[in-house]
Structures are given as structure tokens and as C-alpha cells.
Design a protein around this ligand. Structure first.
Ligand SMILES: Nc1ncnc2c1ncn2[C@@H]1O[C@H](COP(=O)(O)OP(=O)(O)OP(=O)(O)O)[C@@H](O)[C@H]1O
Length: 230
């Protein structure tokens, strides 16, 4: 079983201390909720964990190896965020092909089923997607890449209640069929409460809470019904 470790990570932007001595361990096969108010440092932490931003101090390791410039370890993680890494002129099919090249494989069958379910035409150009469908497409990528750690930064932003419920339900199915680690950053605590096995609360760059969720997904990841959205 792989383990993702964040050790004593600190980060400042100018005079603002955004992360202060953050230490967390993520085990394989769990669904973590990374909760915190706007500006708590969640996105910065996820960006540091995936080598998109550098920490001022501390380190991130997978199975005891530092992830910096370590393609083998970085390839075990996928970060979905509102940052668009894809060319507006590429079709969704082309982006999937590029993603498959990068990660070595891709669950095309699942992607096709999800595209049909969400009524997303894969011949569409990325730049033509609405805000909601931009998120839906990136969530499809996140569920279909062959990684051990799936990091989702505010994944349901822009999705209507129906699409949110569909996504949470697909996430549970995907986790059931292929247990791996999900780290879901959100301020919508009530939406993920039934989904997560562990909760981590960041407040002003410090870990305030890091514990299993009692009587919830922690004991039975498939027992909690997905939320109905709001
Ligand atoms: N590149 C940057 N340059 C300057 N300040 C930044 C940068 N990135 C983040 N910050 C600041 O760091 C703080 C934490 O931001 P971050 O996006 O990590 O928080 P968050 O918990 O993800 O919040 P949100 O839910 O609003 O996205 C904020 O005050 C933000 O303005």
C-alpha cells in the first residue's frame, strides 16, 4: 500500500504565511475531506503536493521518496482544479489521448459511459465548454486516470444539484470498483460528510483536525448515501 506524506510544509506569499508547518499522512484506499474556509490554504497545499508550487520548507513524499522532479511518483497523482491545463482548441477526445500518453493507460470504457450519462460530446473543443461542463470533463479525467491518489480541488464548482449528485454517486462507484485515495478539498462540508472516511481541517494554514469520521464512511465507505445536493 502506498502512502503520501506531507512533512512540515510551510509556504508564504510575501508576508502572508499561507501554510504553517503542515504535516499529514494520506493512506491508500481512503476518501479524505480537506476542509477549510476560503483562503485557508487548501489549494496551495494540493499544488505543493503535486509539484505545481514549491514549498518554502518541508517535503512531500510517496513511499518515502521525495516527489520533487520524481516523475514516477508524480505519475501516481492526478490533481483536478479550476486551473485549465488544456488547450482551448483541443477536442475532449484529443485531451484524453494526451492524458493516456502521459499516464500510460486510461479507462476509456468508463469515460464513454460517463460522457453519455452527463450528455457530454467528446468531439467538443475544450474552450467551448460551459463552466459546469469544464468541471464535468475534468472530473471524468480524474476518475479514469490510473493513479493511486486523486486530488480534487473544489470539484463540484459550477455543477447544478443534479450533476453534483450524479458525480458523488459515480465517485462512490469508482472507489468501490477500484479503491484508491481521494482527497477532496471543499468548503461544502455538508455535501461530503457522508462520503469521506477521514476529515482534515485547515485553518489559516494550520491543521486543526485530522481524524477518521466516526459512524460514517470511515467504517463503511459504501454505507453513506451521497448527498442530494443543494
Ligand atoms: N500565487 C499566489 N500569490 C499570492 N498569494 C497567493 C497565491 N496563491 C494563494 N495565495 C493566497 O494564499 C491564501 C490561501 O489561498 P488558497 O487558494 O490556498 O486557499 P484555499 O483554502 O484553497 O481557498 P479557496 O477555497 O478560496 O480557494 C490566500 O490568502 C490567497 O490569496
Amino acid at each position: 500500500m502506498s502512502m503520501l506524506e506531507v512533512s512540515h510544509v510551510s509556504k508564504s506569499f510575501g508576508s502572508k504565511n499561507v501554510l504553517q508547518d503542515v504535516t499529514i499522512t494520506f493512506d491508500e484506499g481512503k476518501i479524505y475531506g480537506l476542509l477549510g474556509r476560503n483562503g485557508a490554504g487548501k489549494s496551495t497545499l494540493l499544488n505543493i503536493m503535486t509539484n505545481r508550487t514549491f514549498a518554502d520548507s518541508g517535503e512531500v513524499k510517496i513511499d518515502s521518496e521525495n516527489i520533487n522532479d520524481n516523475d514516477a511518483k508524480l505519475g501516481l497523482m492526478f490533481l483536478m482544479s479550476e486551473v485549465n491545463l488544456y488547450s482551448n482548441g483541443s477536442t475532449l477526445d484529443q485531451i484524453i489521448a494526451d492524458t493516456e500518453m502521459m499516464y500510460g493507460s486510461f479507462d476509456h470504457q468508463l469515460a464513454k459511459r460517463l460522457a453519455t450519462k452527463f450528455e457530454l460530446d467528446m468531439a467538443t473543443k475544450f474552450g467551448k465548454l460551459s463552466t459546469g461542463y469544464n468541471s464535468i470533463f475534468k472530473l471524468i479525467l480524474a476518475l479514469c486516470v490510473p493513479v493511486k491518489f486523486v486530488l480534487l480541488d473544489e470539484p463540484v464548482l459550477g455543477l447544478d444539484a443534479n450533476h453534483r449528485e450524479m458525480f458523488y454517486s459515480e465517485l462512490i462507484d469508482s472507489f468501490t470498483n477500484n479503491p484508491r485515495t481521494f482527497i477532496i478539498s471543499t468548503h461544502l462540508i455538508e455535501e461530503v460528510a457522508n462520503l469521506i472516511s477521514d476529515v482534515i481541517v485547515l485553518d489559516e494554514g494550520r491543521i486543526m483536525l485530522d481524524q477518521p469520521v466516526e459512524g460514517s464512511a470511515g467504517q463503511n465507505p459504501f454505507g453513506g448515501r451521497p448527498p442530494t445536493g443543494c
